[in-house]
Design a protein around this ligand. Structure first.
Ligand code: FEO
Ligand code: CA
Ligand code: CA
Ligand code: CA
Length: 629
């Protein structure tokens, strides 16, 4: 989501809701062992990539303007824009005739997470696949004519605009194909829009709990829709996870007396008008409805009729994303960040190992297991503390009568365990070649000098940092299920020689810096990519960077792509051959003072009367080789 300090835009990052203020593993395994392990499907052995980090492009210089820029030797194509028709019967985008019915058949607003699923399912095709794209939130002042920026005008919108917003959020599943070097959208049987009204199920320990029951759902087992979908993840069994982040922004009215309301920022102010038009978003009328949001939602992109499931075992907080790692024994570890100032890093470990080749057997794997929260020790140790009812302080006497309460109030449970409050934990990426885990801390300008610790080393941290977690080895594999690990700082962001405390890899040039890391992703060659969401904190547009993960230059970054003014870069997703990279350009033109009538950019159409349109961009290399060289 956009820089929460900018004030002009619907943002919901409320720092008040939290009251709290190594050595290398060095194991080398042969490629043969790696392939054998993949074939066996259970063990992920380690491999040091031969030339990890070698970058084959000149960096795009820092700067800001109304255009996007990609490094020399690469090209980019705008593939999916807000409002693009996705179905054969979908109406063309008409900015002056928006309806909820039309929007529900078109690509949604503020595209965020992108995942690529090959077609046919189970193949490694880099030519034909499904893109699953999240749509995080609405910006009415850039979507509709005559709406002033800010909360007041947004909350005054009528039911028609609110319904368009509901239809603009959630996710899209889009079939795409590459021919003659260009990507195109193929309306087909997989195409799907998921919105704030799509029927979904609740599963896991909180399903059916009294605090999840509402007028519309007296059983507490079904929910209408998802929204605030930020980043996500893919499971090894071919489903997608979409993360509900700033859900509290969509509720209003007099705050109820649910004990979790304050801790999740449900103060009744919200950002949108939904609660004025639909009682389920009115906290006074449906105090349990917000308890049905703030979850990880799993669905099968290959089955457009599948019912998405909110997996409550994974905990309720402002989920940035959910990144799967297969542990040495076949169990799944799901790493998750709670993106708010002074919130925590979590990990869920499944009770069972997966069953490679048997998709049905893995279907409900995420319903049983153990949720942990991280405590970072100054000596480089990391402890994963279990959020389990009855263990430690998580007892009935302390207000945790059951596991449902532990997951519904995961933040309060983590407080009791004295987890480490972090500088806004965003995305997580796990290296398939080393097993190391990278976690982006995007920023935290509210951290004081007295609150600085080893894992959050700067007061007034405006530019963020990236932490590397090193799980222990177990035989040939990595033990992602272990309750201890090591950690190190990977990089400390900001402008070198301008911002105090920055730290990058050896050999970094004057352009080799970034601000506010958000999304992380490894490409098929095992190289780490970092997308930023700085809101111009460093006076330069956001971008996508290749980061050297290992060796002498570890922590060096290089800018491949630069977004237009006001936008953050999200996604990213690679095809299995690494020859195409999909990124979202989210909230282009969302800079201070920008409006529908006078936007700071009209990217990507640059047509009079057409506002900026959040879009997914496909990046390829001129010679058809792997993106990034
Ligand atoms: Fe939606 Fe945490 O960025
Ligand atoms: Ca962000
Ligand atoms: Ca994000
Ligand atoms: Ca990611």
């Amino acid at each position: 989501m956009h820089d929460p300090d900018s004030g002009d835009w619907p943002h919901t990052d409320d720092p008040r809701s939290n009251r709290s203020g190594a050595p290398s593993i060095g194991v080398v395994i042969s490629r043969r062992a790696l392939l054998a392990g993949l074939a066996a499907g259970a063990v992920v052995p380690l491999l040091r990539p031969a030339a990890a980090g070698a970058a084959g492009f000149p960096p795009v210089p820092a700067g800001v303007d109304g255009q996007d820029h990609v490094a020399a030797g690469h090209r980019r194509q705008v593939l999916l824009r807000w409002g693009d028709p996705l179905f054969d019967d979908a109406p063309a985008f008409a900015v002056d005739r928006q309806t909820a019915a039309a929007q529900a058949r078109q690509f949604g607003y503020n595209c965020d997470y992108v995942a690529y699923f090959p077609l046919p399912a189970g193949s490694r095709s880099g030519e034909h696949g499904l893109l699953v794209v999240n749509h995080e939130y609405a910006i009415p002042a850039l979507m509709f004519p005559g709406v002033a920026p800010g909360r007041e005008a947004t909350q005054a919108l009528g039911p028609a605009e609110a319904a368009v917003e509901m239809a603009a959020l959630g996710a899209s599943v889009v079939e795409v194909r590459r021919a003659a070097g260009r990507w195109s959208v193929v309306p087909g049987r997989y195409t799907r829009r998921i919105t704030a009204t799509t029927p979904m199920a609740l599963s896991g320990p909180a399903a059916g709990h009294p605090r999840l029951r509402t007028t519309a759902d007296p059983e507490g087992r079904t929910v209408a829709g998802t929204f605030a979908n930020c980043a996500g993840g893919e499971t090894p069994w071919g489903t997608v996870l979409t993360a509900e982040e700033n859900f509290h922004a969509f509720f209003g009215g007099a705050p109820g007396d649910d004990p979790a309301s304050k801790r999740y920022g449900l103060d009744g102010r919200g950002w949108y008008s939904w609660w004025r038009h639909d009682p389920r978003f009115d906290l006074a009328k449906e105090p349990n409805e917000p308890n049905r949001f703030g979850w990880i939602v799993e669905f099968d992109p290959y089955d457009p009729t599948s019912v998405p499931v909110k997996r409550t075992a994974l905990g309720r907080f402002k989920h940035e994303g959910a990144t799967c790692a297969v542990s040495h024994d076949g169990r799944i570890a799901l790493y998750q960040g709670d993106d708010e100032r002074f919130e925590y890093v979590y990990k869920f470990v499944t009770a069972r190992a997966r069953t490679p080749g048997d998709r049905a057997a893995d279907r409900d794997l995420l319903d049983a297991g153990t949720l942990y929260v991280a405590r970072f020790h100054p000596d480089g140790r990391l402890e994963w503390l279990p959020l389990v009812h009855g263990r430690g302080p998580l007892t009935a006497e302390n207000g945790f009568p059951d596991q449902a309460t532990v997951v519904i109030e995961a933040r309060r449970a983590a407080d009791r365990l004295e987890a480490t409050p972090m500088d806004r934990p965003e995305d997580v990426a796990v290296s398939a070649t080393t097993g190391r885990v990278y976690v982006a801390m995007t920023n935290n300008s509210r951290r004081t000098a007295a609150q600085v610790d080893a894992a959050n080393p700067r007061a007034d941290n405006r530019h963020g940092h990236v932490i590397e977690i090193i799980p222990p080895m177990a035989g040939d594999g990595v033990d992602h299920a272990a309750t201890e690990a090591r950690w190190e700082l990977f990089l400390v962001a900001g402008r070198p020689a301008v911002d105090p405390g920055t730290a990058y890899g050896r050999g970094s040039g004057p352009e080799d810096w970034l601000s506010c890391p958000d999304n992380l992703e490894f490409d098929p060659a095992g190289r780490l990519w970092i997308a930023t969401d700085s809101g111009l904190a460093a006076g330069a547009a956001d971008g996508l960077y290749l980061a050297v993960a290992e060796g002498a230059e570890r922590g060096r970054v290089r800018r491949l792509f630069r977004a237009p003014v006001g936008a953050e870069v999200t996604g990213p997703a690679f095809t299995p051959d690494g020859r195409a990279l999909f990124v979202s350009v989210q909230h282009p033109g969302a800079s201070r003072g920008s409006s529908f009538e006078r936007p700071s950019t009209r990217w990507p159409d640059f047509a009079d009367g057409v506002p900026p349109r959040p879009s997914v961009v496909a990046i390829t290399r001129d010679d058809g080789g792997p993106v990034g060289g």
